[in-house]
Design a protein. Structure first.
Ligand SMILES: [Zn+2]
Length: 102
């Protein structure tokens, strides 16, 4: 799920695993399972319901890499950030490093 957490006296939006409740700090390790009404976000492998039970929940319609899901969400909300304001790879890495230190 997407939450806001108080980290170092600042409210920060984060993606949280629905199984272990930890912040997902490596986009490559996130996955999404969804049905018509709800989205479930997990760490791949360690928290993935298919890994734990051998199958996805019956209600699921599909799954996606977290990165692909967020890209589609970005596209479907028509966010258009000017090039000069986009988060650079270096800025994203610093943000991730910061979250991993917390
Ligand atoms: Zn997890």
């Amino acid at each position: 799920m997407i939450e806001c957490r108080l980290i170092n006296n600042r409210i920060r939006p984060v993606v949280v695993c629905d199984e272990c409740r930890q912040i997902i700090t490596d986009i490559r390790m996130g996955m999404v399972i969804y049905d018509k009404e709800k989205v479930y976000i997990y760490h791949k492998r360690s928290c993935d319901p298919a890994t734990k039970t051998g199958s996805f929940p019956d209600i699921q319609l599909g799954w996606s890499e977290l990165s692909h899901f967020l890209e589609r969400l970005w596209h479907n909300t028509q966010i258009d950030i000017p090039e000069e304001e986009r988060v650079t790879h270096e800025a994203a890495k610093k943000a991730i490093d910061f979250l991993q230190e917390v």
